[in-house]
Ligand binder design. Sequence first.
Ligand SMILES: Cc1cc2nc3c(=O)[nH]c(=O)nc-3n(C[C@H](O)[C@H](O)[C@H](O)COP(=O)(O)OP(=O)(O)OC[C@H]3O[C@@H](n4cnc5c(N)ncnc54)[C@H](O)[C@@H]3O)c2cc1C
Length: 294
Amino acid sequence: MARMVRDYLAEDGPTFSFEFFPPKSLDEDRLLWKTIRELEPLNPSFVSVTYGAGGSTRARTIEITEQIASDTTLLPVAHLTAVGHSVAELRSIAGGLAAAGVTNVLALRGDPPGDPEGEWVQHPEGVAYASDLVRLMRAHGDFCVGVAAFPNGHPRSVTLEDDTAQLVEKFRSGAEYAITNMFFIAEDYLRLRDRVTAAGCDAPIIAGLMPVTNIGMIRRSEQLTGAPFPAKLGARFAAVAHDPKSVRAMGIYETSKLAERLLEEGVPGVHFYTLNRSKATREVWANLALGARL
Ligand SMILES: Cc1cc2nc3c(=O)[nH]c(=O)nc-3n(C[C@H](O)[C@H](O)[C@H](O)COP(=O)(O)OP(=O)(O)OC[C@H]3O[C@@H](n4cnc5c(N)ncnc54)[C@H](O)[C@@H]3O)c2cc1C
């Protein structure tokens, strides 16, 4: 029987995982497979593949997760969003994934296609929230389902308390773990964990980390999280912005330091946003001496 993310989380020690996105061209496809082959020897607990806002990359998510399941030693997690899908389509995708041996899914609501900051419109025959998709997947078969968590709150949440309540609702709907959006300060994660614990929930929350390797990624992270980049850290990057090598070195150092602190705090897992490249992730990995797990 295929292993599930839940099995890795139940074992002693934190999980380590990597995230990829579906390539849009042949060159990007080659780069992704090179990256997968370079990261495979690190023996991660699982790797996940994001689901696009629409179009052909959605089919690619399913193809790539299937290919990872059949051609590598890695455990794939397929992201799936509710955007633009009826319940019947979501069930059909679930059936296709299960038939291909992909039984680990990250269930997301997704953002409005075209304009991520636009108004979210539910498909007329679809579901409204990630918690509905969690219930749908759990009812469909033996899927191990994860969800998204937001250390600084989802940009649409009115209050952090409301945001926490909705995350807890996802766990109560059957999600077995969450992966956080990227964050850069350990306290942001720790406060989220405290809020969830205070709500009477002890589900594992995996920390999502993205090493800043160029100055443009700071702005990008703000677009992706909807949260401002921490001011003090931003000032340190700004001081070396004229020297790309120093920016990169600082990004690797800061991510290594953050991961180390989180591991000391007993985080159940660390998830790397790789942007389909392996070098920065391998460098942080080496700094953490994670090789001891191999
Ligand atoms: C680890 C991770 C991976 C991601 N992968 C992808 C991906 O592959 N593809 C992609 O398109 N996007 C992805 N995203 C982005 C995500 O889809 C967006 O952030 C989206 O806006 C929210 O998704 P969600 O699953 O958290 O939604 P939800 O949990 O449904 O929450 C969305 C908003 O609605 C609120 N809410 C939830 N339930 C209720 C309710 N019952 N009543 C009222 N309000 C409610 C929440 O508080 C929140 O403000 C990812 C995000 C993360 C952190």
